[in-house]
Design a protein around this ligand. Structure first.
Ligand code: AMP
Length: 573
């Protein structure tokens, strides 16, 4: 890899000071490869054809040059920038990003998409807007009504152009581009470059600079041999998911990479709050601070180092067993650098990547470039974790029974057995051990996410339109499933069904069997947790025995599945 390009800073890209300041306050330490390559030609006014997936930092790659050219205070009410995106979600996300980058410049950004009252969009347009971020369908509506003044548009961006074509927006794009001033800059970003995109580019771009960020940078086989795992997790669930994964993996020492300083600080605080010993390391710290952190990590006084790429560059930590990518790295080369920190000298290393559903393509790129397979795993469920904690408690007690001199506690047990049953005394002691060794219970339901592969996309164009919701539709559907928050209250109990995900059981199968056989109404059934080999279903205490009896007469997924009361219930808080 060319090290010289690696050290480019945002200031080197000759961005105006307000933008450099905004990036610094967002905690961005350096431009991503797509930003390094796109920003200079875009500032110079060239058209650009870029191949880059979500997660590479492409939004800033086009938004910063667009904002760079924004005029001073008394600017016209008419927009100078137009960004076309396939979905409402992306329209909101891109507007937010442009707003963040351009805040100090007073940039006025307006997302427009179908489903939102047009009146509000018209009002905002009449007050004055600098950048419009629109889905093609709604943009065409406005153009037909003459409600978006286009005469000042100096830069138009087609973001995720392949998605827009897949969704049937080809004609709309031609109509919009045809209505813009001929003297303008056109930028097209697409994750893939099929012939239709090339032809769109030929029709509307003039002599563009081309950039391809997913070109293989690392020779196949160069990446170290490391167990590579990825977990698909919606952003809001990442801290909880990371906690669970760390609990199950139990790394001796791990480095967790984040994109920004701000993220490093936030995650460090969250993890410390959850009882981990985490230290932050980023470019905003002075040398003394960094040395202190490294000393704590090297001496084993901290087991997690949360860092940005820049701060971790050149660090060599012997004891590292795990590298965690809190986000998918913006380029395969960065992934390879990061995971190269473990699996050295024949030791086993583990690389864990948390990916948001929309980032699956970035993950596929990395696999293609490195030639290594990244196994997509399921985030441990609450039940998996609970079982693991029970195992830990069992192990601790077994060791104590074998090794320790227990005789001095005999008087306590004897005096308690005057009053209580010996078995209950043992249960209370186990409870105390369990709480002391395993800490607080995590009860956040993390939705399972299905990854939509490229080929799935073709099946659902028609109904997506402006309402499309990109790759994370899967988890939205799942949110409807019964989770912890559906608890039915104190007079409930949980039934253990010895059938789980490995038998393809879904909440509906369990609810169906219970309501069908035991005559309960669906709303009487509370939270449902499905682990690999079993499921836990919350039901009213008074119906538990009836349900157990009824289930003896039926099958779930063709198997006889007789539930019993959850064995560990008495330990719960
Ligand atoms: P995008 O590919 O534009 O969707 O960006 C992916 C994520 O990377 C977003 O959360 C951005 O805020 C973040 N990001 C973009 N550029 C940088 C950068 N230079 N340093 C750190 N994070 C960045």
């Amino acid at each position: 890899m060319d090290q010289s390009t690696d050290t480019t800073t945002f200031a080197d890209l000759a961005l105006r000071p307000e933008l450099v300041e905004a990036l610094s306050s967002l905690g961005y330490e350096e431009p991503t490869p797509i930003q390094r390559e796109s920003i200079p030609p875009l500032i110079a006014g060239q058209d650009l054809l870029g191949q880059a997936a979500t997660g590479t930092g492409k939004t800033a790659a086009f938004a910063l040059p667009m904002l760079e050219h924004l005029e001073g205070e008394n600017r016209s009410k008419n927009p100078t920038g137009l960004i076309l995106v396939p979905t409402r979600e992306l329209a909101m996300q891109v507007s937010e990003a442009v707003h963040k980058y351009g805040r100090a410049l007073g940039a006025r950004v307006l997302p427009i998409y179908g489903g939102q009252p047009i009146g509000r969009q018209l009002q905002a347009l009449s007050r004055g807007v600098d950048v419009v971020v629109a889905t093609p369908g709604r943009a065409v509506d406005h153009i037909k009504r003459g409600t978006i003044p286009l005469k000042n548009i100096a830069m138009v961006v087609l973001d995720e152009a392949d998605e827009m074509l897949d969704m049937g927006f080809a004609e709309d794009l031609d109509a919009i581009l045809g209505a813009l001033p001929a003297e303008r800059q056109t930028v097209l970003f697409s994750a893939t470059m099929p012939k239709r995109i090339e032809s769109l580019a030929r029709r509307h771009l003039s002599n563009p600079t081309t950039i391809r960020i997913e070109a293989p940078i690392v020779a196949k086989g160069d990446a170290p041999k490391v167990r590579q795992l990825a977990f698909m997790v919606p952003r809001s669930h990442k801290p909880a998911a990371l906690g669970r994964i760390l609990d199950v993996e139990s790394p001796a020492a791990a480095i967790v990479f984040c994109r920004t300083r701000v993220e490093v600080d936030q995650l460090t605080e969250t993890l410390n709050g959850r009882g981990y010993r985490a230290e932050a390391l980023h470019g905003g710290m002075n040398q003394e601070g960094r040395d202190r952190v490294m000393a704590r990590v090297r001496s084993g006084n901290a087991d997690l180092l949360i860092a940005t790429d820049v701060a971790a560059r050149g660090l060599d930590i012997d004891l590292l067993t795990h590298v965690v990518n809190y986000d998918v790295p913006s380029a395969p080369e960065s992934y390879v650098h990061r995971i190269g920190r473990v699996g050295r000298a024949g030791r086993e290393g583990v690389a864990i990547t948390l990916a948001e559903p929309r980032e699956h393509r970035l993950l596929e790129n990395i696999q293609r470039v490195t030639g290594d397979k990244i196994a997509i795993e399921k985030v441990p469920t609450i039940s998996d974790l609970r079982n693991r904690r029970m195992e830990l408690t069992l192990g601790t007690l077994r060791e104590t029974l074998l090794d320790d001199d227990l005789d001095r506690y005999r008087t306590i047990v004897e005096s308690l057995t005057d009053e209580f049953d010996l078995f209950d005394v043992a249960l209370a002691a186990v409870k105390l051990t369990h709480e002391a060794t395993t800490g607080a219970e995590d009860d956040v339901e993390i939705p399972e996410v299905e990854v939509r592969r490229k080929n799935d996309r073709k099946n659902d164009h028609g109904d997506r339109g402006d309402r499309g919701d990109r790759g994370d539709r899967g988890d939205r559907d799942k949110k409807g499933k019964k989770g912890k928050d559906r608890s039915i209250g104190v007079d409930s109990t949980r039934l253990y069904f010895p059938i789980g995900r490995s038998a393809q059981v879904r909440p509906g199968d369990l609810v169906g069997a219970i309501t069908g056989e035991a005559g309960l109404a669906g709303k009487q059934i509370g939270s449902i947790e499905i682990a690999d080999k079993f499921s836990l279903v919350e039901v009213p205490e008074k119906s538990a025995d009836d349900i157990i009896r009824a289930m003896k007469k039926t099958t779930i997924k063709g198997r006889k599945v007789v539930p019993r009361r959850e064995r560990f219930q008495r330990f719960e808080r």
